[in-house]
Design a protein around this ligand. Structure first.
Ligand code: KG4
Ligand code: ZN
Length: 354
């Protein structure tokens, strides 16, 4: 039997596109046997953002021990692994390179099929993952609308089928996560900022301050968050130190509400225009408690199935990459060991504009 005719049951997946080193063992039914990640927040924190050189060095240090750990803890041997999957785009090239070169070496030396996948396709597969703590989402299937909101992306996709993705819209400037992080930096709340803003918002009044909701009424699916950021900077600089401190929970809640409202408004419009009553929200920002609550409430009222996978599958992780890869391997696709990583998606990854 030729290599591409063999059914792939289990893959080892590697994700190093930004600042999380992640390794997973994933089965062809979406069952995650093991997922382990090493986060780099502490090393980047003093710089207020991800420093590419530090990110790639940290990946090089963390990756091989993580692969060992995943195999050992799941009592799995290389002979039980049918293929190798790695994120090759989009992302920080130096970070991607660590994962890609490692995956190529494993594939070549162990004679296992290799597939390189798009990180965003991975995010879009998060709704199909399950494990001993996470039940498979009932009746979740193609087609659906996928909102991917992270530190680097804010994209709305029409996921027509596996591998058939149309970009309906995206941010024209900052990503939603970036808007959270930049606000947190301006307000002196630390890095990464989204979780800090979310936490402080719990005690705040979301109606206390008015922030702009750019393009909310415009009949397209793009977002813009740069005006929001400017408006926050002006407001913060008009307040005294004491006023800032006293109002911080409400500043956070009002700023957060502006982001959440524009995301949900556009999503709701797309659901009614394309008549697809199934939505996946994924990416690091889907951890936001207000976004989760508002999306689930809206879904309930509008009769839309809203799936927000558990956080470990929404933030950058190798399990989602593994599942996308195993589907591609089982379609007979293979990557060459000579293929390079890319900072951008490739033209055939998505239909529509990027
Ligand atoms: O998907 P992710 O882990 O990494 C990529 O950017 O690809 O997303 C990280 C982003 C950061 O901008 C972070 O501030 C944001 O997700 N984030 C949040 C929350 N938790 C993480 N944003 C808002 N609320 C949160 N609770
Ligand atoms: Zn991501």
């Amino acid at each position: 039997m030729k290599d591409h005719e063999k059914s792939i049951k289990r893959v080892l997946a590697i994700e190093t596109s930004c600042d999380d080193t992640s390794v997973a063992l994933v089965r062809d039914d979406g069952w995650v046997e093991k997922l382990s990640s090493a986060h780099q927040d502490l090393v980047h924190e003093p710089f207020g953002g991800v420093v590419p050189e530090i990110a790639s060095r940290s990946h090089s240090e963390a990756l091989l021990p993580l692969i060992d750990l995943v195999l050992t803890q799941s009592h799995c041997h290389w002979k039980d692994v049918d293929g190798i999957v790695v994120t090759s785009r989009p992302g920080l090239v130096g970070s991607l390179l660590v994962g890609v070169v490692t995956a190529q070496t494993l594939s070549f030396s162990l004679d296992k099929p290799l597939i390189m996948v798009n990180h965003l396709e991975g995010h879009l597969m998060a709704g199909f993952l399950s494990d001993s703590e996470v039940t498979k989402v009932p009746q979740f299937d193609f087609p659906y609308l996928g909102l991917a909101v992270s530190g680097g992306h804010t994209h709305l996709y029409w996921v027509k089928d596996f591998g058939v993705y149309q970009v309906l819209g995206h941010t024209v400037d900052d990503a939603a996560g970036e808007a959270f992080d930049k606000f947190a930096q301006m307000a002196g709340l630390g890095f990464p900022g989204g979780v800090q803003v979310d936490r402080r918002s719990q005690q705040g009044d979301a109606n206390r301050f008015t922030f702009p909701r750019a393009m909310i009424r415009e009949n397209h699916y793009n977002w813009s968050f740069s005006g929001l950021k400017t408006s926050a900077r002006q407001l913060l600089s008009s307040l005294s130190e004491e006023e800032r401190r006293l109002n911080m929970p409400s500043l956070c809640a009002s700023y957060q509400e502006a982001i959440v409202e524009v995301l949900i408004t556009k999503l709701a419009r797309a659901v009614s225009e394309f008549k697809i009553p199934r939505v996946l929200i994924t990416g690091g920002v889907s951890a936001n408690s207000r976004l989760r609550t508002k999306a689930l409430e809206w879904g309930h009222e509008a009769g839309v199935q809203v799936v927000v996978p558990p956080l470990k599958y929404c933030t950058d992780n190798a399990a989602m990459i593994g599942y996308a890869g195993i589907l591609r391997l089982n379609k007979g696709e293979r990557s060459l060991v000579s293929e390079s990583p890319s900072s951008r998606s490739l033209p055939h990854d998505f239909m529509g504009f990027m």
